[in-house]
Write a protein of this length. Structure first.
Length: 102
């Protein structure tokens, strides 16, 4: 049994922006992007430890077909999506573990 996937409000706003950008490129491409995101979320929910850690407890799952990655952290009863970023972004903006994390 998997863990529920939750995400920060900013993630929802960012995904809406990315959806809009892709739909401007080609009608329907935004839906294809969101389907790829949903596939990754489903995989994370079922197999949260499948993707490798990149900084402490922060893990990264790369979307297929789109140049984005989902950054998340596994907690005791859920998975928290921290951000979804374009893979060409400078790695210094990638999420880092909290200093006071247990």
């Amino acid at each position: 049994m998997g863990l529920p996937v939750v995400y920060r409000r900013k993630v929802g706003r960012d995904l809406a922006d990315y959806f809009g950008w892709y739909n401007e490129q080609r009608d329907g491409l935004g839906e294809e992007f969101l389907a790829a995101v949903d596939t990754v979320f489903d995989t994370i929910e079922q197999y949260p430890e499948i993707f490798m850690r990149i900084h402490g407890e922060v893990r990264r799952a790369v979307l297929s077909r789109f140049p984005y990655a989902v950054f998340y952290r596994i907690e005791s009863k859920r998975v928290v999506v921290l951000t979804v970023l374009h893979t060409a972004r400078d790695p210094t903006v990638w999420p880092r573990p909290r200093r006071n994390a247990r």
